[in-house]
Design a protein around this ligand. Sequence first.
Ligand code: PMP
Length: 321
Amino acid sequence: MIVKNVKELIGHTPLFEFDAAALGGKKGSKIYAKLEYLNPGGSIKDRLGKYLIDEAFRERTINHETTVIEPTAGNTGIGLAIAGIEHGLKMIFVIPEKFSIEKQQLIEALGATIVHTPTEAGIQGAIEKAKELAKGQPNSFMPLQFHNQNNPAAYQATLGPEIYQELHGKIDSFVAGAGSGGTFAGVATYLKKQKSSTRLAVVEPEGSILNGGPAHGHEIEGIGVEFIPQFFDDLLIDNIYTISDAEGFAFTRYLARNYGLLVGSSSGAVMAAAVKESLELPTGSSIATVFPDGGDRYLSKKIYAGQSAITPFIGGTNNAF
Ligand code: PMP
């Protein structure tokens, strides 16, 4: 395979098949996870960066002199920076301090600039800071992933159809985490249009507010919301799984040690939820999910150090390995 532009490497990631029972889930059911860390920037957000920049040029919102300014946990910054390279776009990303140093180094490697906001100010603080920077910057563009309909549209156009085609339409439930909510809403909308009976289950860490729990910090990175994403307005969500840090990280480590899948903690959390979801469905069900990024960008946070046992959380027996 010869490629001439890094953007050609975005998307069409493999779909990994798991026997749900091997992870404590329903016997005879399958879980399929899109390995989004195999995108060139190492995360699902490469799809978003490409889509946002392509659309902004198409809609003439930006030109080659534009400065792109965006609040991000890091992966969207990497995705946007990759998409902007061929156009020589200047990029500034506003990142709350708590997010991993590796993602920030990758952003800088791609030529973008980082502005920090205090961890306590949350993503809302980063959004406000980005708006303030944009005001003082002529010819700037803020994609604003948290409100931009092109965010879910990016996944509705690419990830949803890929999953549906790869599974020949046999999807009983779609399970995914929510940060901006774009991935979940985009794929869910596409899958529901194909088959309205598809169940939808969203995943958040403890400390996120979807299930009404109290808002607080969490170690699982990339998912969790401080406000209900507006993209969820028209979706009928069947289940919300709130996963503890301990459970999310145990699954993250389990995926590394038993499957060789070096994924980040949001992937471990969605896997924990997908296993629980399998127990809600009849045997023979097919559950689709998404592993948004890789674990190597969290090594400074020691995500692989510690217990990888998953049985205390799922409660089933696990004799698969
Ligand atoms: N996992 C990781 C590692 C992420 O960086 C993100 C985005 N913040 C998500 C999951 C959630 O994706 P979305 O913003 O589309 O909800």
